[in-house]
Design a protein around this ligand. Structure first.
Ligand SMILES: [Zn+2]
Length: 135
């Protein structure tokens, strides 16, 4: 039986759903998947400049697990970069401190349903347009 995976803590979701390269035809372009925790490992090490030791603590995983997540993130990004593939940031095994939602139409991020207000460019307002990002 598979051991249940421990959830990796993520500070907040990425601003975007992914990336597209330009100067390349996008039809038949199968995106590379970057998991949420892989995105977070890059953010902590290469953007916040934390040592891997501290980044592992922040994400509530062991050092070897963190290294595995981080190395995989680099591999996926390298694949996208070299092969000209789009990146989709989705899935994985993670949890946020708060509930996060993304508007289906304008893609804005909302932290907590109580902070949901009408988007300036979205005509409808309700819970239907929200995608829950928490796993
Ligand atoms: Zn919206």
């Amino acid at each position: 039986m598979a051991r249940p995976l421990k959830c990796r803590k993520i500070f907040n979701p990425p601003k975007m759903k992914g990336f597209k390269p330009f100067g390349i035809r996008m039809c038949e372009n199968i995106p590379v998947i970057l998991k949420f925790e892989e995105y977070e490992s890059i953010r902590l090490v290469n953007y916040v400049n934390l040592p891997q030791e501290d980044a592992a603590l922040q994400m509530n995983v062991s050092r070897p697990t963190f290294t595995r997540i981080y190395n995989n993130a680099l591999k996926q990004i390298a694949k996208s970069f070299v092969e000209g593939k789009a990146i989709e940031i989705e899935g994985g095994n993670y949890e946020f401190e708060n509930d996060w939602y993304r508007c289906r139409k304008c893609h804005k991020l909302i932290e907590g349903i109580e902070n949901h207000s009408r988007c300036s460019n979205c005509i409808e307002f309700g819970e239907n347009e929200l995608i829950k990002l928490n796993s």
